[in-house]
Design a protein around this ligand. Sequence first.
Ligand SMILES: NC(=O)c1ccc[n+]([C@@H]2O[C@H](COP(=O)([O-])OP(=O)(O)OC[C@H]3O[C@@H](n4cnc5c(N)ncnc54)[C@H](OP(=O)(O)O)[C@@H]3O)[C@@H](O)[C@H]2O)c1
Length: 264
Amino acid sequence: MDCDLCKHISIIGAGTMGSAIVSGLIESNYNPSLITIANPHQDNLKQLIPLGVNVTTDNVDAIKGADLIIIAVKPCILPLVLSQLKNNIDYHKQEITIVVAGVSGNDISSMLVKDDKVALPILSIAMPNTAMRVRKSMTFIVQVNGQAYTAIPVFEMLGKTMIIEERLLPAATALASCGIAYAMRYVRAACAGGVELGFKASQAQEIVAETIDGAAYLLSLPGAHPESEIDKVTTPGGLTIKGLNAMEAAGFTNAVIAGLKAGR
Ligand SMILES: NC(=O)c1ccc[n+]([C@@H]2O[C@H](COP(=O)([O-])OP(=O)(O)OC[C@H]3O[C@@H](n4cnc5c(N)ncnc54)[C@H](OP(=O)(O)O)[C@@H]3O)[C@@H](O)[C@H]2O)c1
């Protein structure tokens, strides 16, 4: 691990996202003693204790000495958490990243204004997906105030990052955060088809997962494009093109686009 990244990281909220951040950092050999995670109830913390990270039920205690504070709570809880924490955060030294969907940079900035109107801290919104746990997240970062120089390398340890403008955040969330669920739904559909074609469910799942992994890897190669990969497997008059055309006749592309638009 690059020693420049040996920062103290505090995570507020030990739900799906907070726990996935911890698991992904531990997977990337991040020193667990540099990670603190807070949650009001012990249940979610208990499973993180064996990883060697610091756990607490006290949010204010959790952020002491943190270089980066990551807040991963439900949107309705965010105002409460920020009002509780803001007077305990050193805006000159501590960077904040919000992992909360559907809250604007302006709203978060207003929630962080202190009574003495001290300048805002370095602030970003990060929109990862659950694959952080296995360091395969596609994480979008909106730099709300200043350059997120600690948050970016931290999320890079958990997969790929892309810095985007805030206006693209709903689209990014639909494509990559909800996208995990959409991809899983394809997997489930393909598995159901595989069982009908004669495979056991477990075999079908393994086959579909490997096939998707292979397809994703092919797309990662320089110059790759989905249509050129499709052309390579569609013999004129062959079975693959018949399968693709049947899927289109049933509305495959339209269904995916409609789902993405509905999920923004
Ligand atoms: N899930 C995704 O795929 C995804 C993707 C991108 C972004 N997000 C965003 O990430 C945020 C967190 O989502 P999630 O799926 O991790 O939700 P979650 O599983 O419900 O986790 C939220 C956690 O916050 C804790 N919490 C509640 N009140 C708190 C407080 N006052 N202080 C500290 N922690 C508190 C909850 O604890 P208790 O349960 O013990 O009350 C829970 O462990 C959401 O805003 C969501 O929009 C989620």
